[in-house]
Design a protein around this ligand. Structure first.
Ligand code: HEC
Length: 139
């Protein structure tokens, strides 16, 4: 029972070597990274961005505004899947204040705008909460 195994390993080795030889110089394959690149820099600066958010208050805003019904956020024990997972996205302060103020991108986004239902301070608070609870630095 040893021999077939040995032969198989030898064949495999030969195939791998042949593969390398045939391929020539390997070029790096681009990898698609999902959800780690926040679109912060491209999102506009909104009034809430200039305020200092209170993450503790933001915790309750996150609950009352219903963010958790669409977003997963471990700190809030929410598991929504309509929008991106905030733990993986790790959005920055600018991104969250902009997104919450204006809602989804004009290109067919489905997230509602909260500028008429939340105060500027509440938007700052919920943004500070999201940023801090995903390991980022909130002002
Ligand atoms: C009705 C579902 C829904 C609700 C409620 C909702 N979101 Fe979203 N959210 C989405 C969807 C869908 C996207 C991505 C597509 C888009 O832009 O609409 C998104 C995107 C985001 C983004 C990503 C912004 C970026 O960097 O591109 C953040 C941050 C965010 N939401 C935070 C929140 C917060 C905080 C709340 C609560 C105040 C909230 N969302 C409420 C559906 C929702």
């Amino acid at each position: 029972m040893r021999r077939p195994g040995f032969i198989a390993a030898t064949l495999l080795g030969a195939l791998v070597l042949a593969g390398c030889g045939a391929q020539g110089v390997a070029s790096p394959t681009p990898k698609t990274v999902v959800g780690t690149v926040a679109s912060g820099p491209t999102l506009p600066v909104v009034p809430a961005f200039h305020l200092k958010g209170d993450a503790t208050k933001g915790n309750s805003v996150f609950g009352s505004a219903g963010c958790g019904s669409c977003h997963t956020l471990a700190a809030a024990h929410s598991t929504g899947t309509v929008g991106p997972n905030l733990d993986s996205l790790k959005p920055d302060y600018r991104a969250v204040t902009a997104q919450v103020t204006n809602g989804g991108a004009p290109s067919g986004g489905t997230m509602p705008a909260f500028k008429s239902t939340l105060s500027t301070q509440q938007i700052a608070d919920v943004a500070a909460y999201v940023v801090k609870s995903t390991g980022g630095q909130a002002p």
